[in-house]
Design a protein around this ligand. Structure first.
Ligand code: MN
Length: 566
């Protein structure tokens, strides 16, 4: 349902009331293009609605320009829509005041932006949807302004979207900025590539029903088949690396197949390869080996009818959503899990490390007299690069460097969680602890009481925080195990009703507790059966023996367990 439909259906809901309020507030206002101003906040709200954000965010998007452009006081927004919506609107209003290009007198606004985004990631998402629509309607603005907005988009917002894992949005923002930033190159590209684009697109559109039929005949019902043209901005970047030779670009227009699960991905690939011969070395399995940014799909280029090459991209719906929506996919999954819209999230970005970093920079530039240009420059470089954003099951965002693993994640949530981590689920599936996380991953750490960090973890952790914690615990344990070099000896006496496999069962249980067996005696009972096992063991601590006794008692055939320290 669109925002418009939702407002109509439920005029008294939060979204419905914000819809009516914003339309009224912008009444009589026009955008430069001459269309009613309200179209703009509505477009931003529709984007967020598509991303399945919560009602407060959609409402705030509808209201995002009312304070700045219609003079509605923020207090009124708060009174009508509550503190949360007012907070989001205020954040976006502040972000709207920053202007990239870093003139001295704008520094204060930059700082406001920093503070605003440090509080809630949803502010950033509203800003991105706002910026998307502004870029889509940029041609109505005067040339000088176009250039400034395009530059800001290309250098600040598109990289920000990328870092949040919103690759589709990031690419679209760059594409929209491209003609304004590189008009000559754009014209050249249009001239050189447009015909090819059109021809390729037409060719693939014709192929679509055939591919669909082919898959269905083999029992694969694709959820969607899309014809995707490569974006101009990324085509241009690729051409620069390929001597501007369009003939060497295989994925000018690609066919994207979305299926239900990973098995169907490989099955679909097989079906396509049976029908059309693949081009050697053009098969890429980004499912088994995801790209560093987390991208997953199967790619292949085949020789299609009329000896034309076709690039296929095959992926599951989840891979697709992740690639398109990144961190916003979190809300998508949240909704799916609960069957309802996600509740308003906590202040997601509160703990984000990069936000803390920004604050430190801000202080440095405020106190140290650094110029706003330097500030923006440093922000551009460090702010957006090499970070990923993973999410706890509660929706808290954890900011980590690229290459981080569930163990890094665990230590960033809490050192005790790191110390007692025994396993991890990523997006609901059990995952090895050394798996590299990617933006938007929902990570759940499975803990086990009394569990200690493993030395092995030092091999793969990416953050110094995790490494330092693990080392310090291991050092503590090291001291402990020096004591344990003089282990406690004990004799365990187990009364049994013997059966086949009982001895293996008992010795296995002892071994799994990490306890060494020094000797194993069996004492025969009067009727020829073995009635008692006497086992000499060495353990590091007496508490281990209590635990072991409990475990042993649970074994079928064990009647009694006693131990005495030697
Ligand atoms: Mn706006």
């Amino acid at each position: 349902m669109t925002v418009k439909e939702r407002a109509k259906k439920e005029p008294q809901g939060l979204v419905g009331r914000a819809f009516a309020f914003a339309r009224e507030a912008h009444k009589g206002q026009e955008r430069r293009s001459g269309e009613p101003y309200f179209n703009h906040p509505l477009a931003a709200a529709e984007t967020l609605n598509d991303w399945h954000l919560d009602d407060a965010t959609v409402a705030a998007a509808l209201l995002h320009d009312t304070v700045e452009d219609t003079g509605v006081p923020l207090e009124k927004i708060e009174k009508e829509f509550g503190a949360e919506v007012a907070f989001l609107v205020d954040g976006v209003t502040k972000l709207g005041r920053i202007k990239y290009r870093g003139a001295e007198d704008k520094a204060e606004n930059l700082r406001k932006m920093v503070l605003a985004i440090s509080e809630d990631l949803r502010v950033v998402l509203i800003k991105l949807s706002d910026r998307l629509h502004n870029m889509q309607t940029l041609d109505a603005l005067p040339a000088a302004k176009q250039k400034r907005v395009a530059l800001e988009t290309d250098e600040i917002y598109a990289p920000l979207a990328y870092r949040l894992g919103m690759h589709d949005l990031s690419g679209e923002l760059q594409d929209l900025a491209f003609p304004y930033l590189h008009p000559e190159e754009y014209r050249w590209l249009l001239g050189a590539a447009k015909e090819q684009y059109e021809a390729r697109r037409e060719y693939l559109e014709k192929m679509k029903p055939r591919v669909k039929k082919l898959l269905e005949e083999r029992g694969i019902a694709p959820l969607a088949i899309e014809v995707r043209a490569k974006r101009y901005a990324s085509l241009y970047k690729k051409l620069l690396k390929r001597d501007m030779d369009l003939g060497r670009i295989y994925d000018l227009v690609a066919m994207r197949i979305i299926v239900r699960d990973v098995a169907e991905c490989y099955a679909a690939l097989g079906v396509i390869h049976e029908e059309w011969p693949p081009v050697p070395r053009r098969i890429k399995d980004y499912i088994a080996m995801p790209k560093p940014n987390g991208y997953r799909s199967l790619h292949t280029t085949v020789i299609g009818p009329d000896a034309m090459t076709i690039e296929f991209q095959i992926r599951t719906k989840a891979m697709h959503d992740e690639d398109e929506h990144g961190i916003a996919a979190h809300w998508l999954y949240e909704e799916r899990r609960k069957g309802v819209r996600a509740p308003s999230g906590p202040r997601l970005a509160k703990e984000l490390e990069w936000v803390q970093q920004l604050k430190r920079w801000q202080e440095r530039f405020t106190d140290g007299g650094g110029s706003p240009e330097e500030f923006l420059e440093s922000m551009k470089v460090d702010f957006f690069k090499d970070r990923i954003f993973a999410v706890t099951p509660h929706g808290d965002v954890v900011d980590l460097p690229v290459g981080s693993t569930p163990i890094d994640f665990a230590y960033h949530v809490h050192s005790a969680i790191g110390d007692s981590a025994s396993g991890a689920k990523v997006n609901g599936a059990i995952t090895p602890l050394d798996r590299r996380l990617k933006s938007g991953d929902v990570v759940e750490i499975i803990t086990q009481k009394g569990k200690k960090p493993s030395e092995d973890w030092l091999r793969f952790v990416a953050t110094s925080l995790a490494r330092d914690h693990i080392r310090s615990v291991l050092r503590g344990k090291g001291a402990f195990s020096r004591v344990a070099k003089m282990p406690t000896h004990a004799e365990i006496t187990i009364g049994v009703d013997p059966h086949l496999g009982l001895i293996e069962n008992i010795s296995g249980t002892i071994a799994r507790q990490g306890i060494g067996i020094a000797s194993f005696h069996t004492d025969a009972g009067g009727d020829g059966h073995f009635r008692f096992y006497r086992i000499e063991v060495s353990v590091a601590a007496r508490s281990k023996l209590d635990k072991l006794s409990l475990r042993l008692r649970k074994i079928k055939g064990v009647k009694s367990v006693k131990y005495r320290l030697a």
